[in-house]
Write a protein that binds this ligand. Structure first.
Ligand SMILES: C[S@@+](CC[C@H](N)C(=O)[O-])C[C@H]1O[C@@H](n2cnc3c(N)ncnc32)[C@H](O)[C@@H]1O
Length: 261
């Protein structure tokens, strides 16, 4: 099992970063969850629940007769969810024993951080009821290299460093591009797949996520040898400049169904 790249960072900063991730992505995630037909009484699992906004939303939707279970290696930011329909399980997904079957499992920006992604997908499949739904959303950082092609700029160098940082720890910066195929390999039927390019101005929710991540992961970026501390400073200042547009990454979201018996 590999180390999570955001481990060992300041608690407050990581909490703020996760809240920025939620602000940037929840408006896109919620319609996808609704597309599954989610209703009161469903049993749902939020894999890598982070700061908990989607877990909270699921709990409100399933109500008192349902279950909204959050699994995360780090549950520091999930401490308020200690009443039904919520249940928090602390630990690595592959290591925790979950004696439940679920109608819906959602995970966002989790698989890209795990070398054992295929084993995770198989466990998701086995935990779903026949006819149950997986909604999985992952980023592709290699999509930033396309508009940068042939350009040498601080932002281009930082984008290359982000990709290399994942490669250096045995992870795939273009993970999203492989996600639909992997889901079919483990037996899912895909009902919807979409990719969203995060082409945004500075000071937008996604630019703020990437600016904050660059500050937290500054050492990791420049240790790749592909960018300098000055490049990172410039990158961060552009994430705050509302007149500067940039492609920050893309997110692929897939709705997949376990075949009914
Ligand atoms: C980038 S954050 C995303 C948080 C949340 N899913 C969101 O999109 O707002 C990834 C989260 O997944 C958790 N995580 C990563 N791998 C995990 C694993 N194998 N088992 C449990 N949690 C994991 C991390 O601790 C972290 O909270």
């Amino acid at each position: 099992m590999n180390t999570y790249i955001f481990d060992n960072k300041s608690e407050d900063r990581e909490h703020r970063r996760l809240q920025l991730v939620e602000a940037a992505n929840d408006p896109h995630t919620i319609p996808l969850l609704e597309e599954t037909g989610l209703r009161p009484g469903w049993h749902c699992l939020e894999l890598g629940a982070g700061a908990g906004s989607i877990l909270q939303w699921l709990g409100a939707r399933v109500g008192a007769t349902g279950l909204a279970m959050g699994v995360d290696k780090k549950t520091t930011y999930l401490q308020g969810y200690d009443f039904p329909p919520f249940r928090i399980v602390k630990g690595s997904f592959l290591e925790v024993s979950l004696k439940h079957s679920f109608d819906l499992i959602h995970g966002r920006y989790v698989l890209i951080h795990n070398q054992e992604d295929l084993a995770i997908l198989k466990k998701i499949f086995s935990l779903l009821k026949p006819g149950g739904w997986a909604v999985l959303e992952e980023p592709d950082f290699t999509s930033t290299l396309l508009p940068d092609y042939g350009h040498d700029s601080p932002q281009a160098r930082v984008n290359q460093a982000i990709c290399q940082m994942f490669v250096n720890v045995g992870l795939d910066p273009g993970y999203a591009l492989r996600l639909p195929q992997k889901l079919e390999t483990v037996g899912f039927h895909i009902t919807h797949a979409q990719s969203l390019m995060h082409l945004c101005p500075g000071n937008s929710p996604m630019a703020n996520v990437m600016g904050e991540s660059a500050l937290v992961l500054e050492q990791e970026y420049w240790h790749t040898g592909l960018c300098s501390p000055q490049d990172i400073q410039r990158y961060v200042s552009l994430t705050r400049d509302s007149t500067h547009w940039a492609l920050y990454h893309s997110t692929t979201s897939v709705i997949a169904r376990k075949p009914p018996i």
